[in-house]
Design a protein around this ligand. Structure first.
Ligand SMILES: Nc1ncnc2c1ncn2[C@@H]1O[C@H](COP(=O)(O)OP(=O)(O)OP(=O)(O)O)[C@@H](O)[C@H]1O
Ligand code: SF4
Ligand SMILES: [Mg+2]
Length: 364
């Protein structure tokens, strides 16, 4: 079955070409019990996710803990194999390949172009390796450099790229702060000159002031190198400065996708409204409105509620919501950038967003 084409929206001066198209991605983990480890259920970690990652853009994937962000990212890069669905990858005029179907050799080539940065810069760097070894490892494994001199030259260049002193390449990670370690992880991710970088909560473990520095660095590197980012975060406040478009995830599904400003100013899904209500709001007109408190826990991926999985926590839920699962559909008016929502009442509800003036100021 072919999934419907996902409208890309207005990509501004970016190319409209999807470098990665995820179609109906599903990842179920078996729940096993008893001595014989019989399968007694399924954890529906990712349950039919589709999105396009447009060349040169930053798409943020946002949602509470356990909604399936990491599983989605790992399925994109094929670190884990999805249960079903397609991950189409298309580079510079070559035909798209489905990463879920290609052999190991072809996957190795694709993985040179799609790299990940992880959340914890302490555990993701081997403490017994020098910066030269850490950053140089992908270059050596992929035979991308000839000899020691070329390796050192490339590692020095990468260290300068992340604004670290190339003279430090023979030191070990313990000599560096959290923010510096994340720069080292970024240098490693960039060593093979990838096209796409997946950053999974790349700043969550850092102090707020350091977070801003790393976010700025990622933005600068995107401009310099023409990178495309899939930026995973649980917090809408962080992605406001970083993302061109946002996809909000709940219980293994994308429930809303829009250009960042449209999503913040005019959310079209009650879950997004609730997430925004918890984010700092600079708008004096709506700053003092009552906060939407999300009661109950995030839906259990091993035992999802019927119909709309958000219904037990949704203040607008009706009978229909308990029976019918809403599809993710484009509700933007003709000619406007795409705005997708998976809510039966997306067009009727008047949801409250927040002002994004801060974003414009910060972008200068
Ligand atoms: N290997 C696994 N086996 C069984 N269940 C798993 C496995 N990996 C993830 N899950 C479950 O899948 C669901 C989605 O997990 P995932 O790590 O993708 O969420 P997340 O959105 O990245 O959360 P967080 O914000 O905490 O990182 C959760 O219910 C999780 O417990
Ligand atoms: S479909 Fe119903 S329960 Fe789900 S978000 Fe919309 S109003 Fe709420
Ligand atoms: Mg995660």
């Amino acid at each position: 079955m072919t999934a419907p084409n996902i409208p890309l929206g207005n990509a501004g001066n970016r190319s409209e070409r999807a470098i990665i198209s995820v179609r109906n991605l599903v990842k179920y983990f078996p729940i096993e019990a008893g001595f014989l480890r019989r399968q007694v259920g399924l954890v529906k970690a990712v349950d039919g996710v589709s999105f396009d990652l447009v060349e040169g853009e930053t798409l943020a994937l946002v949602g509470e803990s356990g909604c399936g962000k990491t599983t989605t990212s790992r399925c994109v890069i094929q670190a884990i194999r999805p249960t079903s669905g397609q991950v189409l990858f298309q580079m510079d005029g070559t035909p798209a390949v489905d990463l879920t179907q290609i052999d190991k050799k072809a996957l190795k080539v694709a993985r040179r172009n799609i790299r990940m940065i992880y959340q914890d810069p302490y555990s993701s760097l081997n403490p017994r390796m020098t910066l030269l070894q850490i950053i140089g490892e992908p270059l050596v494994i992929n035979r991308a450099v000839k000899g020691r001199a070329e390796l050192e030259e490339r590692v020095a260049e990468l260290l300068r790229m992340v604004r670290l002193d190339p003279g430090a390449m023979n030191r070990y990670p313990h000599a560096f702060s959290g923010g510096q370690r994340q720069r080292i992880a970024i240098a490693r991710a960039l060593s093979l000159s990838p096209k796409v970088v997946i950053a999974d909560e790349a700043v969550s473990a850092l102090d707020v002031s350091v977070q801003a520095q790393i976010l700025n660095l990622l933005k600068e590197l995107q401009k310099e190198l023409g990178l495309t980012y899939l930026f995973v975060a649980h917090n809408l406040a962080v992605v406001k400065y970083e993302a061109d478009r946002v996809a909000v995830m709940y219980a293994g599904k994308i429930v809303e996708t829009a250009e960042t400003e449209a999503l913040y100013i005019s959310p079209k899904h009650p879950y997004t409204e609730a997430l925004l209500s918890a984010a700092p709001n600079p708008d004096p007109d709506t700053r003092n409105r009552p906060r939407i408190v999300l009661t109950g826990d995030v839906a259990d991926a091993g035992n999802l509620p019927s119909g709309c999985a958000f219904h037990p926590r949704c203040q607008y839920a009706q009978d229909r919501c308990r029976r019918e699962t809403p599809e993710l559909v484009n509700i933007a008016t003709a000619g406007e950038p795409a705005h997708l929502s998976a809510c039966h009442f997306a067009k009727e509800l008047e949801l409250v967003g927040i002002d994004v003036a801060v974003r414009e100021v910060s972008n200068g």
